[in-house]
Design a protein around this ligand. Structure first.
Ligand code: TYD
Length: 141
């Protein structure tokens, strides 16, 4: 079945920010602040200048991608169109629904990319080649 999500479904989610003199807290609660339940958290850090990450798709996984420190750019591709998002604030997250190809690039020095994911790690959920991704989307090459 062709994936029904498109890049228009990839949205920046404005999270809360509890602020006082001694700093900020941002809280992310399952199904309250984000539209899925988190099963896994991981973070990318110490990314060398000029490197990019991602370059794959997921069949079913949903993610919220956040720049908890520094900045980077996330490019989402649904096989027909692409859209880029600059993440540079720790109280915004990019919601990536299933079936999107993503690239993460332009990491600032010291950037930390926090990913909240709807599922456990499963290599079988990855679409590692762009051709497989297009087939999954039902898009002719
Ligand atoms: P990958 O998701 O391909 O990284 P990126 O998209 O950021 O370039 O993962 C890189 C490696 O880490 C790959 O060998 C799989 C492994 N990995 C895990 O074992 N568990 C995980 O939860 C993640 C995200 C990756």
């Amino acid at each position: 079945m062709p994936n029904r999500f498109t890049i228009e479904d990839c949205k920046m989610v404005a999270l809360n920010r509890i602020n006082n003199r001694s700093g900020n807290i941002t809280v992310v609660q399952n199904d309250v602040d984000i539209p899925f339940s988190v099963r896994r958290v991981y973070y990318l850090y110490d990314v060398p200048g000029g490197e990019s990450r991602g370059a794959h798709g997921h069949r079913t996984l949903q993610q919220l991608i956040m720049a908890v420190s520094g900045s980077f750019e996330v490019t989402i591709d649904d096989g027909r169109s692409k859209k880029s998002f600059v993440l540079n604030r720790p109280f915004f997250g990019l919601h990536v629904p299933p079936g999107m190809w993503r690239d993460i690039s332009n990491f600032s020095s010291g950037a930390i990319c926090l990913v909240l994911a709807s599922g456990y790690y499963d290599e079988g959920d990855y679409l590692r080649s762009y051709d497989d991704f297009l087939s999954f989307r039902g898009i002719p090459k």
